[in-house]
Structures are given as C-alpha cells and as structure tokens.
Design a protein around this ligand. Sequence first.
Ligand SMILES: Nc1ncnc2c1ncn2[C@@H]1O[C@H](COP(=O)(O)OP(=O)(O)OP(=O)(O)O)[C@@H](O)[C@H]1O
Length: 324
Amino acid sequence: MRARRGGRTVLHDVRLAVARGEVCGLLGPNGAGKTTTIAAALGLLAPDAGRARLFGEDPLLAADAIRARIGLVPERDGLAGWMAAADYLQYWAVLQGRSLGAEGAFALLAEVGLDTAPPGMPVARFSQGMRRRLAVARALVAGPELLILDEPTNGLDPRGRRQLLGLLHHLARSRGVGVLLCTHLLEDVARICDRIAVLVEGRTVAEGALADLLGAADGRRYRLRLGGPVPEGAAAGDGGALPVRVLHGAGEEALVELGAGIAPETAWRALLFAGWPIREVRAAGGGLEALYLSLTEPGGRRGHDAPADSDATTNVAVPGGAAS
Ligand SMILES: Nc1ncnc2c1ncn2[C@@H]1O[C@H](COP(=O)(O)OP(=O)(O)OP(=O)(O)O)[C@@H](O)[C@H]1O
C-alpha cells in the first residue's frame, strides 16, 4: 500500500504478511514507516493506493470487527497503576464489552507468568518486566488472532527480555496467534522471529522467512559493486529469470542470493550477459546484523559505525575480463 502523512508520501510500497502461529519481525530505521504501517493495518489511516487486508477484510470497512481480533501492546502501556492485576484485567474486559471473571483473569495471569505476584499488589509496584507481561495479558483478554507489539522489550534487563520473548514465542505456538513484533533489536528478532519484513523509507526492501534471508550462512549471499545502476526490473526480492534473487539493489550496489544449486561463476556470467555492469563481487558475511546493514544502508557506506560482528567480506574474482 501507499500512504501519505503531513502532506508527503511516507509509505510507498509496503508488503507484509503475518500468518497464524508465526512470529514476524517488522524492522527498519527510525522514521521508516513501521508505526504508520500498523496504523493503516488497524484502519486508523486510509492508504492512497493499495490496501491493507487483515483476516481477508479491509480494515477501513470492518475496523471494529478487525480490532476485536487483534491484541495491541503499545510501547507506552497505559496500565492503571492503582489496581491489582486481576482486577485490572477484569476491568479491561468490561471496557471491551466482555466478561472475564476472577478465574479468567487468574488464568491469563498464569499464562503470562504473573501468577506468583502477590494478588493484591497494585500495578504501580510492578517491575518493568511484570508491567510488560501484564500488557500482554491485557492484549489477550479478547482472545486475539494477531498480537501486535511495539518495541516490547525496551527497558527490560537481559533476563526480562529473554522471558518476554520466550512468552511471545510460546503464545504463537500454543495459541496459534500471529505475532507482529516491531523492534530495532536484531537480537530479539534473531531469537524468536520466523519471518521478517524490513522497511526503509516507506518501502519493504526485504520480506520472507528469516532463514531464507540469512542464506549467506551457506555462502549464497553476495554483494555486487556495479559500474552503473542496478538494471531495471531487478526489484528487491524479484530476480525474474536471473540465477539470483535480488535482496536489495540501490545505486551501484546490489545484495543478491544465489539460486538453489547455482554456482557463483555461473551466476556472474549470466548477470553479465543480462547487462549487469559488475565491477566487484564480495561474499557477504552472514548474520542478521550484516543483512540489516546491507538492506538499510544502500550505499554500503557506514561512516564511523563500529563494524558489524558478522559482516566480514571477502573479495571474489569476477569471471574473465568482466571487471573492466
Ligand atoms: N502525523 C504525522 N504527520 C506528519 N508526518 C508523520 C506523521 N506520522 C509520521 N510521520 C512521518 O512519517 C514517517 C514514518 O513515521 P513512522 O512513525 O511510521 O516511522 P517508524 O518506522 O515507526 O519510526 P520509529 O522507529 O522512529 O518509531 C516519518 O518520516 C515521520 O516523520
């Protein structure tokens, strides 16, 4: 979909799919359009072109029905600090036009690991980790099919983060709920996401199974430096008839992944034949951080950034006479 905010287009081409039972990470630099994407998915913003589909419906036309099937965990939790957790969940259920009962509230608290907290303790005395779990429990009150979480592990210590991520993964698998995790924390993504979508300046530059996108683990991902722009039609994710999948192409650099069973030399010859002005081929290092940096910094210039742990690259010879 495409959408405008403040008089300018902020979502140009966003593609994102979350299936039941899977955890999908929505990644991208500040201002990339993650929050706007979610607003459009919830029917809070009308796209100018294309459309969002949730559960097969248009959120603009069926906003109430769709929101009833979604549990949202915003970055700022807005919990009622003066209430005990079980009372708060029941109160929240009433606001949603539902009835939860004390038993239902305790069952939810147990599901998110808050059943050991003293029953009458006001939420204001909860730790950050406990608050986040309660916010997840609140999102579960309506029995959602999709959970959307905005930076849920911000401010948590390593153990709290680990526990919350474990909970989200468990909810996806045990309840079959789809989980959309908006985050900047690649470690979190690597730990629990099945799929990722990376947004850059309002465009999805990569979307797919994490394992596929990290194909470099078996030496299949390469960074190409070109003597001109990436040829037309070689859009991200669509290599067409080429022997590679173009993960990212911008300016004079492209990140490609070899097709199954294709030898690198064969791929480079085919690309040269297709008019790609290849100057240099480098084996891209593995790891999510390397992938993220490649996708979000098109020119590959990192200024004075610290090097990514797994971003080692190796020069590879371009086949006979190609690197002119
Ligand atoms: N209400 C608004 N009016 C004008 N511009 C807006 C509005 N909301 C968002 N934008 C702009 O839209 C772009 C995308 O913003 P958005 O908040 O969706 O990004 P984000 O990826 O969620 O960023 P962050 O990671 O910093 O939260 C930004 O350039 C932002 O300045």
